[in-house]
Ligand binder design. Structure first.
Ligand code: ADP
Ligand code: 6PG
Length: 186
């Protein structure tokens, strides 16, 4: 079996997406994207005020990330995306684009990734561990008070999604090893 083209490292704020994603990208030599870098200024300001984003706020953001994935995969690039992707429908948008959205300006249908091209790496952990890590994190726009809202809407991946679950209650190198171990490439 071939390696997936995309690893989607997902989980609530503070679960370690950026840290684990960066580490995996350097170990694998894959391109790394942090979804945080693609939020609109409005979204950042909203989160900065302590207000959780709505589906409407997130959908254009997820669509633009989907476009990046489709473009890079078409070029044969392997990619790691760190993105909260808290709900199943958000992950579906990352894979398929917005199926109920308007056709593109040229009238063509959205491009999509094949299910097996993307492996979801779900970083799971308790509210206690993650809130402790968030309270120690410096220089980030996301206020720790929003963590409860993230747990409230979290839909952990489940079959038939193509995913692995990795506990955040271990060292970074153990987490990276668990992911590398699960990849069907050596
Ligand atoms: N396995 C781990 N062990 C200890 N600290 C961690 C671990 N994973 C992440 N951290 C720390 O937790 C904080 C949140 O991690 P970060 O990667 O910013 O999470 P996210 O991108 O999911 O919001 C950071 O300060 C990071 O250094
Ligand atoms: O969907 C959302 O509400 C946001 O994307 C959120 O989930 C994300 O976590 C922020 O971008 C903060 O960034 P960190 O996840 O890196 O804390």
């Amino acid at each position: 079996m071939e390696a997936p083209a995309v690893l989607l490292v997902m989980g609530v704020s503070g679960s370690g997406k950026s840290t684990v994603g960066t580490l995996l990208a350097s170990k694998l030599g894959w391109k790394f994207y942090d979804a945080d870098d693609y939020h609109s200024e409005e979204n950042r300001m909203k989160m900065g005020r302590g207000v959780p984003l709505s589906d409407q706020d997130r959908i254009p953001w997820l669509c633009s990330l989907h476009d990046i994935l489709v473009r890079d995969v078409a070029l044969g690039q392997h990619v790691i995306l760190a993105c909260s992707a808290l709900k199943r429908k958000y992950r579906d948008i990352l894979i398929q684009g917005r199926r109920d959205g308007p056709l593109k300006s040229d009238g063509s249908a959205e491009e999509r990734l094949a299910g097996q091209q993307l492996l979801v790496v779900y970083l799971s952990g308790s509210f206690e561990i993650i809130s402790r890590r968030l309270s120690q994190r410096k220089g980030h726009f996301m206020p720790p008070e929003l963590l409860q809202s993230q747990f409230s809407i979290l839909e952990p991946p489940s079959a038939p999604e193509h995913f692995i679950q990795v506990s955040v209650d271990q060292s970074l190198s153990e987490i990276a090893d668990a992911v590398l171990e699960a990849l069907p490439m050596k």
